[in-house]
Design a protein around this ligand. Structure first.
Ligand SMILES: [Zn+2]
Ligand SMILES: [Zn+2]
Length: 364
């Protein structure tokens, strides 16, 4: 058992408290990673706000990179000091989802209230998202890490753990966008920008970014958007029809959690087009749509969790793209913060203007 600093959520909606917590040694099949960087994701904020339930106190954070600092029995393929990503994708490798190539939907149970972290007095501390990465160190299952080259900047590398795989993966894995198709991405934040660059990699014909903020649309162009639309337009389908010469969108990716985005997305679809649910509203939030249109036009809706990523397949590919200059990572980092300023970093992410805010750790 070691004592580490972590940002703990004691009350939904309240600021996190940076304090000491206990971290136990890795058990069989687990690794301890000393973190170099962890990004603030909107999913962390949804948990902090109580949007998805769970017990308190809890330590969240799930988009991280660092160095292997201890290993339990039965961990193969890693050595002390290896640079790795840390993700929330805990997969058993044996259930029907894992065996079917969708480890992001692993069905193996994990009790987050019995994880490797505890409060200083030994009482329960929830291991948020099976990760708990708003902390100097984590202990996670070996399925949750992936090797990265030691020379990769760790702040940029951390984004591969969630924002990048979620956006790029939604396009190439879930939707399997083909060259020549038209893609709309609603929301040009940390995930949306990655859906945009994923669409560019996939060879989309037109890539249309929609956001509320004009300055984010400028950034969307840098990431590969061919056209942009302000979300305030009451009839965006008219502009889209013009941009796409009447075709509309073969795929619409909703990368935000705002309900109006989910309700307008089907109206942007081409015949046989599909919308993809990437951003996640709070539990209980409802959207409505007109079934007759989807039925008559052969359209569909599908969810995409963590871009249906397979770490061993997709992470080396994405790192290679980055090293060739074909995938932007460094440009996604809008600011770096020490753990002590995590509440300021969260406030910046809430404001909607940031790409990704990253907590960086000094050498420990
Ligand atoms: Zn995330
Ligand atoms: Zn599984």
């Amino acid at each position: 058992m070691t004592t580490i600093k972590a940002a703990v959520c004691h009350e939904f909606g309240a600021p996190l408290v940076v304090q000491d917590i206990n971290l136990r040694a890795p058990a069989r099949g687990e690794v301890e990673v000393t973190l170099a960087a962890v990004a603030v994701c909107h999913s962390d904020i949804s948990f902090i706000d109580g949007g998805w339930g769970g017990t308190l106190p809890a330590v969240y954070g799930h988009e991280a990179a660092g160095y292997v600092s201890a290993m339990g029995e039965g961990v193969d393929g890693y050595e002390q000091g290896d640079a790795v990503l840390v993700t929330l994708i805990r997969s058993c490798g044996a259930c029907s989802s894992c065996a079917g190539g969708i480890p992001t939907q692993c069905g193996a149970p994990y009790d987050r209230d019995k994880g490797p972290v505890s409060m200083p007095d030994g009482t329960t501390l929830q291991h948020g998202m099976a990760c708990g990465a708003f902390a100097q160190r984590v202990v996670v299952d070996q399925s949750q890490i992936a090797s990265i080259p030691p020379n990769l900047p760790m702040d940029a590398a951390s984004l591969l753990s969630c924002g990048v795989v979620t956006g790029v993966g939604a396009v190439v894995n879930t939707a399997q966008v083909r060259p020549g198709q038209n893609v709309v991405v609603i929301g040009a934040g940390g995930v949306g920008l990655n859906a945009i660059q994923g669409a560019a990699i996939a060879g989309a014909a037109r890539i249309i970014a929609i956001d509320l903020l004009p300055e984010k649309l400028d950034v969307a162009r840098e990431f590969g958007a061919t056209d942009v639309l302000l979300a305030g337009d009451p009839e965006p389908w008219n502009a889209l029809r013009e941009i796409t010469s009447g075709r509309m969108a073969d795929a619409v990716f909703v990368t935000v959690g705002a309900i109006p985005a989910f309700e307008s997305a089907p109206l942007l679809l081409a015949p046989s087009g599909n919308m993809y649910i990437v951003g996640l509203p709070h539990s209980g939030a409802m959207a409505s749509y007109e079934p007759v249109m989807l039925g008559a036009l052969g359209q569909g809706m599908k969810g995409s969790k963590m871009g249906d990523v397979v770490l061993a397949r997709d992470i080396p590919w994405m790192i290679d793209l980055y090293q060739q200059g074909r995938l932007k990572l460094d440009e996604l980092v809008s600011a770096r913060w020490p753990l002590e300023q995590i509440n300021e970093a969260i406030a910046s992410t809430r404001s909607g203007t940031a790409r990704r805010n990253v907590i960086v750790f000094g050498k420990t």
